[in-house]
Design a binder for this molecule. Sequence first.
Ligand code: 5RP
Length: 240
Amino acid sequence: MATPRATGQEQPPPLSDAEEIARFKRAAARAAGELVQDGMRVGLGTGSTVAYLLHALGERELQGVRYAATSPETERIARELGLAVVRLDELGELDVAIDGADQVDPQGWLIKGGGGAHTREKIVAADARCFVVIVSAEKLVPRLSAPVPLELVPFAVQTTLAKLHPTQLRDVPRSPDGGLIADYLGPIEDPRALADTLSATPGVVEHGLFQPELVSLVLIAGAAGVDRRAGGKPRGAAAS
Ligand code: 5RP
């Protein structure tokens, strides 16, 4: 095969899908990082997109910002980067919380909990006046589909699982709060009906369906840049 001739205008090699997704996650995270202002109380989610956010926040010279973390991993990275992490109970209502998601549907429903942190993530999202979701564009789906992450009380877990069929325990460590992580694998015809059923099942600590009313803003990064989609919760000053 002939070696291609140098033209002086070579394009860089195309990015792999994984590299491109990482670039998009970073762009969404950086856009969200700009929403944080001096003195704010900020909730930090969990996952690889949030890791980019932590670095973006670490690079800014923000004054007096205090953070609540949703997982030991987020807390560890945040502290390493010099971010002031305190307990959520010390902060009261958060000005803004920022987190990733596994799926976002056209109505603004989310599936979260790929990292098994959805219980703490939902507590933090619900405590924030403004909840901002940061995703790469491939997380947008026409319709939510399984798995839906669950956190379950360890007591009589087989009894709980039988009520949630088809649900499978995930082979991961317990949550920091002692819960077992599982995945509901059935159909999602109506996210609200499924969310209600899961919430009403004894033994379910929390599920990974996040309703549109929890979400203020979704930042979606793709090839054309970062798109902003309003959610069902007023944004407040943090994301105006
Ligand atoms: C963790 C989560 C994450 O936000 C979700 O899984 C997305 O992760 P990533 O940013 O790594 O794609 O809900 O419980």
